[in-house]
Write a protein that binds this ligand. Sequence first.
Ligand SMILES: [Zn+2]
Ligand SMILES: [Zn+2]
Length: 337
Amino acid sequence: MQAIHYPALGIAEVTEIPVPDLMPGHALVRVRAAGLCHTDIEVLHARYGGGHFPLVPGHEYAGVVEAVAEDVTGLEVGSRVAIDPNLPCGTCRACQKRMFNLCSNLKAYGVTNNGGFAAYSMVKASHLCDIGSLPFETAALAEPLACVLNGLNAAQLTTGPFATQNALVFGAGPIGLLLALSLKAKGVQQVTVADIVESRLEFAQSLGLSTAVPGSDDLAVRTKQFDFVADATGVARVIEGLVGFVADGGTALVFGVCAPGTEVSISPFEIFRRQIKIVGSHSLNRNIPDALAILSHDNEGLMARLVSHRLPLTEVVSFITKRDVAPSTMKVQFVAD
Ligand SMILES: [Zn+2]
Ligand SMILES: [Zn+2]
């Protein structure tokens, strides 16, 4: 079968590899859509996931069950499914607290085990989530959306009289926009996205989001005015500025990924005096079904519009290896017939 393959550190190619043999407890999924994520590039360079090569990358995918191991019950050939890629150990301290995303021995399809950038993927049956009638391309957004929802859960957006009324998200890439649209789906009235690229702001506006330009006078006068402020850039300077925009008692979410050694300077007095919450978030925690529920209620298809490229594997691989990607590029997906 055709697959994107990382034979060794730093090498990404499209090649033929055998269709995996079906193991007990597993199903063989014919991949119909698989999204590219910056993590796939980090995995190639062993900056994330510890460098397990050879590897088929891809952890955001959906498809059709092609075969089911004999010992698996309750799963039919032909089922339409999305994959929960995380493979926690189930026994470490974090797993015992059901924070499976923080497993000290976390493995994942597309990171340590072969993933979705292939014609077929063998997945544990317990990691398949029914997608109903959702289009595969939309269902392949469930994994990044689940990561976003994990962040919003960590931030504990409140409802009722103390509800988060407004939010500011830095970064109008696919994840920043997914975060912004999720805030709206959760009932936050005013959601503003900030980015330095004008075309991205125009796209954000077409999704019904307010926009702002970082460093502009318009944004400078809005310090301490947002109940919730999130970073989806991974730029240290942006993260350093988050707290300044948070209203008293509000929350800053660090969602974008900085390099491990990065440090920023934040005023502890301000955190204390203004009772600011600073929240982190990593990956997803068995919440693909929550993401699928939101996607199935996205009647206007706003989230689905984040898919900008639907490509064969031979073209997806170039987005893994090339340095410059046009700012109009949102979510790149491998889509199979
Ligand atoms: Zn990802
Ligand atoms: Zn664990």
